[in-house]
Write a protein that binds this ligand. Structure first.
Ligand code: URA
Length: 186
């Protein structure tokens, strides 16, 4: 779509049938926040609460995400927040490669329209898009600069729900992100 806005893509996504999870979704979870944000956070896929409400990170992982955001002193209205996949895979299974690939149409449009200076992929699927072939354990908390865009890899906030040590690692990485924001004047 030429010269399309985020709203156009959001409207289109609400009728999307590009992959099979469209059949079981309640709501498409397109993305929220500032369309002109300097920072875009990208998670994996909506969970049960997100599927019901239609907004990203509003369940248990969202509580962790909100705590982490406080470390960089930002609110959800100052960032743009979305997921690799806009519909909920049933039983919270991992999204399949064909689902990620079908849904990349929307994520790529969001990246092109918002044009964030700083992209923060969270979790192996989002990090895999920007750091292909690199294990998350080796890249989390690190940044790369490409074409004036900084990308900073993080574990997924939900990791803290299953492993208490992960909360500390996520907080430390968020501290590094704060440094990156200051260093690059984002
Ligand atoms: N996990 C995600 O990756 N995204 C959400 O929106 C919620 C949980």
């Amino acid at each position: 779509m030429k010269n399309c806005s985020l709203k156009d893509y959001k409207n289109e996504s609400e009728h999307c049938q590009l992959c099979s999870i469209s059949k079981s979704r309640n709501k498409v979870v397109f993305g929220t926040g500032d369309e002109k944000a300097n920072i875009m956070f990208i998670g994996e896929a909506p969970g049960e609460t997100e599927d019901r409400i239609g907004q990203p990170f509003v369940g248990k992982a969202g509580e962790v995400f909100s705590d982490l955001l406080k470390i960089i002193g930002m609110s959800r209205s100052q960032i743009y927040l979305t997921n690799m996949v806009k519909c909920r895979p049933s039983n919270n299974r991992d999204p399949l490669p064909e689902e990620i690939s079908a849904c990349s149409k929307y994520l790529d449009a969001q990246l092109a329209i918002v044009m964030p200076q700083l992209i923060v992929p969270m979790g192996k699927f989002a990090v895999g898009k920007f750091f292909p072939g690199i294990a998350l354990k080796d890249i989390h908390g690190k940044a790369k600069m490409e074409d004036d865009t900084v990308t900073f890899a993080m574990y997924h906030p939900a990791a803290a729900l299953y492993n208490v040590n992960m909360k500390k690692i996520l907080e430390e990485d968020m501290g590094r992100l704060k440094f990156v924001i200051q260093r690059f004047g984002v």
